[in-house]
Ligand binder design. Structure first.
Ligand code: GDP
Length: 298
């Protein structure tokens, strides 16, 4: 991810090398190139505008520092702004003070929620937690089964409605799962919810009802990094319809241009918390905005 953006920015900064001091024209030219680089990476236009304006303002106002040449100064500013957009400090999970920590996943169908649920469960297990997975995606016929298969792969129990036994009410399943977790002393509950191909009112209502029923400690919006220009609309719809505390980016191993990550974090003001980067259950980790920014500017 971010390969093109990274190359483009490297070219931009090359042009600044050897300059003694940045002129107004240098700053304008650099800002223009950063703008093009971001647009080509599918960053949403309002986000690009804001980003470039911030860079320009800071580049003009920056004291000439003895330690850094102009190119390095611009890189430093871009780096800091990238980190800020992506959420600043690495945002860690907030655990409940008493009782099980409830994590609810929301997102479009195909975003990678079900896979992610199991990856997150494994990650938590490796940190000594005793998670339980909950199948509340009762829309997609195979989703419950897929979660069960994934749960088995990572050795984490799955709470699911009995086949033929009142299937169809994800809110009751979610509520019952938290009780079950308390009984069986699971300290984290991960609730997989239904996703549709597009944003729709019924899906949002169902997710909002589940949220109201179980009062999650964290709602995570799971989004495919390849989503491109649709990212902002989709993220905004989930923010308005369900609300979320953090973003999980999936399929970072693909050739996504990366703009979705920047746009979503900027427009929603929610940090990217986790990254999923492959089909293996271990292809998953905390997202570190500073490391990602350094990679982009490498
Ligand atoms: P859901 O509909 O949101 O539950 O999505 P799934 O978990 O079923 O994932 C949809 C497809 O994306 C599946 O084929 C997954 O194997 C694949 N997938 C999920 N996460 C990743 C990832 O990080 N990288 C890659 N390459 N594929 C992924």
């Amino acid at each position: 991810m971010f390969a093109t953006l990274s190359d483009r920015l490297a070219d931009t900064f090359k042009n600044l090398r050897g300059k003694g001091r940045l002129s107004e024209a240098d700053i304008d030219a650099t800002a223009r190139e950063i703008r093009i680089a971001l647009l080509e990476a599918d960053v949403a236009l309002p986000v690009v505008r804001e980003f470039v304006a911030a860079i320009k303002e800071r580049a003009r106002g920056e004291e000439v520092s003895g330690a850094l040449n102009p190119a390095q100064q611009v890189i430093k500013i871009v780096n800091e702004e990238l980190v800020a957009i992506l959420g600043g400090e690495t945002r860690r999970l907030r655990y409940a003070k008493t009782g099980p920590t409830v994590i609810m996943l929301a997102g479009l169908q195909g975003a990678g929620k079900t896979t992610l649920a199991a990856k997150l469960a494994l990650w938590l297990k490796e940190q000594g937690k005793t998670p339980m997975l909950v199948a509340c995606d009762l829309q997609r016929p195979n989703a419950v089964n897929q979660l069960q298969v994934n749960g088995e792969r990572v050795g984490v129990p799955v709470f699911a409605p009995e086949p033929g036994n009142g299937v169809g009410d994800p809110v009751s399943v979610a509520r019952a799962s938290v009780e079950e977790a308390k009984r069986k002393l699971h300290d984290v509950v991960i609730v997989d919810t239904a996703g549709r191909l597009g944003v729709d009112a019924e899906l949002m209502q169902q997710a909002a009802d589940i949220r109201d029923a179980i009062a999650p400690d964290e709602v995570l919006f799971v989004v495919d990094a390849m989503i491109g220009q649709d990212a902002v609309t989709t993220a905004q719809a989930f923010l308005d319809g369900v609300g979320f505390d953090g973003v999980v980016l999936t399929k970072l191993d693909g050739d996504a241009r990366g703009g979705a990550a920047l746009s979503i974090a900027s427009v929603t003001g929610r940090p990217v918390m986790f990254a999923s980067n492959g089909e293996k259950m271990t292809d998953f980790d905390l997202f570190h905005p500073d490391r990602m920014a350094s990679r982009i500017l490498d």
